[in-house]
Write a new protein. Sequence first.
Length: 257
Amino acid sequence: MSAEIGYDWKGGGEEWSEPWGNSSAQWFGSIFPRIQEWLPANTILEIAPGFGRWTHYLLEHCTHIVLVDLRPDCIDACRQRFAAKSNLSYYKNDGRSLAMVADDSIDFVFSFDSLVHAPRVALEDYLTQLGRKLKRDGVGFFHHSNLGSYAGSMDRRLPKRARKLLTKIGLSESDHSRVPDMTAGIFRDLCAERGLKCIRQELVNWRGRRVLDCISTFVRAGSKRESPLRVSRNPDFMREAELIRRRAQNYHSINEQ
Ligand SMILES: C[S@@+](CC[C@H](N)C(=O)[O-])C[C@H]1O[C@@H](n2cnc3c(N)ncnc32)[C@H](O)[C@@H]1O
């Protein structure tokens, strides 16, 4: 699922957490364990926050958070949702620019469930700028597409219409609107060309068996946090979601939905 043009945002994005039970279960069971090492962080930059599904939790772990999204309705929704807080800055951008962010100012840059849909040029531009915007020992955590690694598969070589039909009749898995021009390897190379270094990459399946996505953690080259790259392939990411969902169901308060 993605927030395509015309998406009504009725659920504020909460609906995308359904495989994990809800956004709280997804945050505490899946996302937080993957970033807790880098938190708290003084200044967090969140790229593409949507209606603030993760902002709500990130706020607990920083003194200031900068939100950048290309959709004005998303930025407005975040302004409303977090109106009682004074430690957020809000920017609508063009999907590529971080000009509003000062150099050497970001301790942690985060993006989840958004850049999987962003074209390679957007990631190239963001990474180029993050080479300067991140503090010396700042850390980045990006969830991005790995769909490009399936370029050679039979269904990916078919015309789009034929592929859609195969998906509809259950003979091919949906690509969940991932961009086809990104892979874990390309992301790693883009980082290296821009003075950044990937230190972790977890290839994960997304709502199916295919390892469509990658979660990359990166730092500036020469940072005290630089370490040899660890790549792991996790085709059980959605099984993990299912276990988290079951636990959330068993332990949720009777007042929660
Ligand atoms: C599927 S929503 C997810 C929002 C949020 N990350 C969440 O998980 O609830 C995708 C969001 O990414 C934003 N977006 C997509 N491409 C972007 C880009 N290149 N730069 C900034 N925002 C982008 C959209 O405007 C939308 O708010």
